[in-house]
Design a protein around this ligand. Structure first.
Ligand SMILES: *Cc1c(COP(=O)(O)O)cnc(C)c1O
Length: 361
């Protein structure tokens, strides 16, 4: 069946590169002469081991991950990392958390079960519309790690700097990983659910400094110990095979687009197409403060919630899907991840102008 031409602006699960989907379709019934689908094969088979090893190598290359850091393919989503991080790294002591949105707030609350949480910064006072700057961070002297979320998917803000801390940095990069180069050596641990910018839901990427492994609390479930997963190369049990395969296909596509540097070169241009309309509009209002705006998740509102709903509905009728804001904040949100083609962004820009002409008061 032909796929209808729509542009998907969902925040996650979200659009995947078309060439990756096409290759998965072509290889669906018979992967590489195996006579089987990747969905059917043993995770211990030579066919899958090759997929696993090459995907890991491609991710290592794409993000220039140094040898000091291990790459893990885990399950349980980014949300399980909210528990795994403190269980494995807090050692019953103190951890600093920067609360700049919904997900870091959940992570902070979860960590309280495992030690002393110190909120080093928060932007809750202004509805998470900004990112606290370095000089405003209240760092504790004995923190085991400093936790933050680089791109706030729901509020549409992004950290415009890498915090400088004595404690290792732990960063949730779910909604921005692979959209720009990152100096991985600056991080103790990077976590990212795949379904925003990498692959289908079901695999969570963790990139961690190996020297941080082995500090887990004694009650840590076997499956939630980074040490177990490092020792077993993410295959203590059956890994999310299909998602790892799809991640490999996304990484192949990424390479044809100039890798993470290629993505960085166009992400701002894509986002600017929409932000320029918002900034020059009498109808649309941005949700995030200008210098902290995310290139990945563009959040805005119209005059009122009814008109927001109308906007999303009329956009959908034109094939511009999933523009409704997150249920907790309302408004509108356009997610412009790597796989969102420029034509999709241009189509949205055109629709926004038409809608404004038809509705502005
Ligand atoms: C979506 C998202 C999460 C939650 O991911 P799950 O895989 O659903 O647990 C966490 N953090 C960020 C930044 C996200 O965008």
């Amino acid at each position: 069946m032909e796929r209808e031409e729509v542009f998907n602006f969902a925040a996650g699960p979200s659009v995947l590169p078309r060439p990756a989907l096409e290759r998965a379709a072509a290889e669906m019934l018979n992967y590489n002469g195996s006579g089987m689908s990747v969905m059917e094969m043993s995770h211990r088979s030579a066919f899958f081991q090759e997929i696993f090893d090459s995907t890991k190598a491609k991710l290592r290359a794409a993000l220039s991950v140094p040898d000091t850091h291990e790459i893990l393919f885990l399950q349980g989503g980014a949300s399980l990392q909210f528990s795994m991080v403190p269980m494995n790294l807090m050692e019953g002591g103190t951890a600093d958390y920067a609360v700049t949105g919904n997900f870091s707030n959940i992570a902070m609350k979860e960590a309280k079960k495992y030690g002393t949480v110190h909120v080093a910064a928060s932007s809750q006072d202004d509805n998470y519309s900004y990112i606290p700057q370095q000089q405003a961070l209240e760092l504790s002297a004995d923190a085991k790690y400093f936790y933050y979320c680089a791109n706030n998917t729901i509020y549409g803000t992004a950290w415009n700097y890498v915090p400088q801390t004595r404690a290792p940095l732990v960063c949730d990069m779910s909604s921005e990983i692979l959209s720009h180069p990152v100096d991985v050596s600056l991080y103790g641990l990077i976590l990212a659910g795949a379904q925003k910018n990498m692959a289908p839901a079901g695999v969570t990427v963790v990139i961690m400094d190996k020297s941080l492994a082995g500090r887990e609390a004694p009650y840590t479930p076997l499956m939630m110990s980074y040490k177990t997963m490092i020792e077993k190369d993410s295959m203590y049990n059956t890994p999310p095979c299909w998602c790892i395969y799809m991640l490999g296909l996304t990484l192949d596509w990424l390479q044809t687009q100039g890798g993470v540097a290629g993505m960085e070169a166009i992400k701002h241009e894509k986002a600017a197409l929409i932000y320029d309309i918002i900034d020059n509009s009498r109808l649309y209002k941005p949700c995030a403060q200008r210098q902290f705006r995310s290139d990945m998740n563009v959040t805005f509102r119209t005059a009122d919630p009814d008109m927001d709903a109308q906007f999303a509905k009329q956009a959908q009728a034109k094939g511009l899907m999933n523009l409704k804001g997150h249920r907790s904040v309302g408004g509108l949100r356009a997610s412009l991840y790597n796989a969102q083609p420029m034509e999709g962004v241009q189509a949205l820009a055109k629709f926004m102008k038409e809608f404004e002409v038809a509705h502005h008061v």
